[in-house]
Every structure is written in C-alpha cells, then in structure tokens.
Design a protein. Structure first.
Length: 401
C-alpha cells in the first residue's frame, strides 16, 4: 500500500505498554473483520513509538514503524502470546530530549517534549482514518489526547492488572490469574516438602486484583495489596497460624508488587529510572516481606524460626499463549470496535460490564481510578478477600462497582 495514496478507508492498530496473552487475537479480530468490511489495515509497530518515528517522505523506509496487515499475517500470529506488532512505553506527549527521533531533533530540544503535532501529521501522512490503540490506562490516556485533538479513536483495554477504569475486564487478566494459580500450585510442593512459608510476588502497581482472585480461588492463605498498608506482625502471625493448622506444615501469601507495610513510605522500586509515564520499575517487595516474616516468625512459633521460599512470578504470568477467556474476549472487543466504526461512532472504549459487552466514552480512562474496594472485598483483619454473597456478582467478582 502506498502510504501517501489510498482507495479505501484505513484503520490502524497499535499495542502499547506491557505484553499480555490475547493481544494477537485482538489484532486478528480487528483485521479480518475490517478487511471484509472494505477497509485497509495497518499495524503501527512498537506502540506509540512507531508513530513518532515516521519519516514523512514516500521514499523513506518506514518498515520499522508500520506494516500492512493481511489475513495471512494475522492468522499466523493469533494463537501465540505477546504482540507481533511489538510494544513500548513511549508517551508522545512526554519525550525526553535524547529520545526524540533524529529527524525531529531540530524542532524539539527541550528536556521533555510534546510530539503530538508531528504525531497528527504522521497519521495524516499514513492516510489513517481510525486508530485503535490496545493498552492499559497509560497507553490509552494518549489515545484520549488524540481524540481531544480531533482524531477518531476507538480504545481496547488491555492489562493483566485489570485496572483500566470503565470495564470489568481487560485483555490479559484471566491468563494472569490462570498462570498464577498454576505456578502457585507448582511451588506449594516445595513449600510443603520443606515445611516453609511461600511468599510470591505478583504484578499489581496500584490495584490488587491479580493477588485477590487467586487467593479467592484457594491457592494462597493470605494476600497483601496496594490498597491497604498492612502490618508485618499481623501477616507473620497469620502465616504461622496457617502453617500450624496445615497437615503439610506450610502456608502461602501473594504479595502485590505495589503493596506497602506499616512504616514503609513508598513502594519498593528497582533503581531510579522512570518510564515516559512517570512510573518507576517496581520489584523487590516479595523479598523484603520474606526477610521480615522470617525474622519475626520465631516470635509466633515458640521461638523457632521458619524458613521462607521467596519467588517473584513476574513475566511467567504474562508469557505464553492466551487461555480461553483471553482468546474469546479479544475477538469480541475487536468486533465491537469495528461495529462502532461502521456506525460512524468514535471516542469510545469497548468494555465488558456486568457480563455484557458495551462501550463507554473514552475519557473514562483518565477520569477515575480502578482499584479494589477494600471495605467491600478485602478483610483487613485476616488479610484475604471477603467471602460474602456471590449472587448477581460479575464473573470476576470484585471488578464492578
């Protein structure tokens, strides 16, 4: 396709932020439906990075920035995890001076630069009529910016933390929970063999859904989440009691990466570097909790120290192929996006709400936060989810207010 001349309306797709299983099925669903409805489709590579690096010259090689999508291309990729379009945490509104593309450095030389004027020109250069970003609240927040600038945007929520506002479900969450359950069950055998306490760190910067659901499913005795600053003394007391009442003499706790305990001023971070959205790389809270629980264990175990197994589940829960839900929901989300485009509707976020597919105004992404309702779902005394009435609750219980 000549990127300066077109005979059909063009839809562009991009994936931003962290990878999750389910992205390739979403890209496939959009592409196949769009092609059959008479659109051309291009994939923007490496999230928003592909859009800021376009060179607006028809003889320039922009193959690292976008590719034309075909049925053959998406059919080969959709069964795999991750995203074949690749991804980044680029924020075009906040590009550091040394990250500005070479051909734009003469225009943007501040410490932090807003490249939106050139992003809009690049969208026009590619002949894009509709843009479908797939991402979490950071990626989609820039989609909101483009919509406010007058561009036609339909957003699809993706993040295994499941914390995009407005939707009960984000692509990647189910596979994350499935992997967490499977890996925890695997590690329990070692914990039981050695009669230890098993501490597993899981993703979840601001929201504790990825720790809450596996705990509710029964794979962990306790979980600590970002929404509640917990007591190390209380956690240790509970874990020792759980261990003592377990015939196999072990206990388990899931620790959200964004969790903090009493006396801890901020989340545990790795280094001082921050991404383009201002986030430090989290990590290490699991090891900190492990050391502290081991040190306190003798106090609640008749003077005897209990050893710990500490494991960061990390990328293991976001790798590999999607589970059933993360194969079905992306297909539905992709088709929902096309339904809106065919109706001439844009500026929307496709959602799953109370078991029904729907859409909401895209600015819901930046208008509120989605976190665990502690009073309703988390027992702060027992450091685990409440088990109250499940009648008329959505599939994932605590994701709808």
């Amino acid at each position: 396709m000549d990127n300066l001349a077109k005979s059909k309306p063009v839809i562009a797709i991009l994936t931003g932020g962290g990878d999750v299983p389910g992205l390739n099925p979403a890209i496939r669903a959009i592409t196949i439906r769009a092609l059959r409805e008479g659109f051309d489709v291009i994939g923007l590579r490496r999230g928003w990075a592909g859009l800021i690096e376009i060179i607006r010259d028809k003889v320039a090689d922009n193959s690292n920035c976008f590719e034309v999508l075909t049925e053959e291309r998406v059919n080969k990729a959709f069964r795999t995890g991750g995203t074949f379009l690749h991804t980044s945490r680029t924020n075009p509104a906040k590009v550091a001076k040394d990250s500005v593309p070479e051909h734009l450095k003469s225009k943007y030389n501040k410490p932090i630069n807003d490249l939106t004027p050139d992003v809009i020109k690049n969208l026009a250069f590619l002949g894009i009529d509709y843009l479908i970003p797939i991402g979490g609240d950071d990626t989609l927040s820039y989609g909101v910016r483009l919509y406010q600038e007058g561009f036609k945007v339909i957003a699809i929520p993706k993040t295994m933390d499941n914390d995009v506002p407005g939707t009960d479900y984000c692509i990647g969450f189910s596979t994350c929970v499935t992997r967490t359950i499977a890996l925890t069950d695997m590690l329990r055998t070692s914990a039981g063999s050695h009669e230890r306490i098993l501490v597993m760190e899981v993703f979840g910067r601001y929201a504790g859904f990825t720790a809450m659901l596996p705990t509710m499913a029964g794979v962990a005795n306790r979980c600590v989440i970002p929404e509640f600053k917990f007591s190390l003394e209380r956690l240790t007391e509970l874990l020792i009691d759980d261990r003592n009442h377990n015939p196999s003499k072990y206990s388990t706790v899931l620790v959200s990466e964004g969790a903090t305990f009493e006396g801890m001023e901020q989340m545990s971070v790795q280094g001082t570097e921050r991404d383009a959205f201002g986030h430090a790389k989290l990590g290490g809270i699991g090891d900190i909790v492990s050391r502290q629980v081991k040190e306190l264990s003798a106090k609640y175990n008749k003077g005897k120290t209990v050893n710990i197994i500490s494991q960061n589940l990390g990328y293991l829960v976001r790798g590999g192929e999607p589970d059933a839900i993360d194969s079905i929901v992306p297909m539905a989300f992709g088709n929902l996006a096309l339904d809106l485009i065919l109706k001439g509707i844009h500026g929307r976020l496709v959602v799953l709400k109370n078991g029904r597919y729907d859409n909401m105004p895209i600015d819901v992404v930046v208008s509120q936060k989605k976190i665990v309702n502690v009073a309703r779902y988390y027992n702060t005394e027992r450091l685990r989810p409440f088990y109250k009435s499940f009648e008329m609750q959505p599939l994932f219980i605590m994701t709808s207010e």
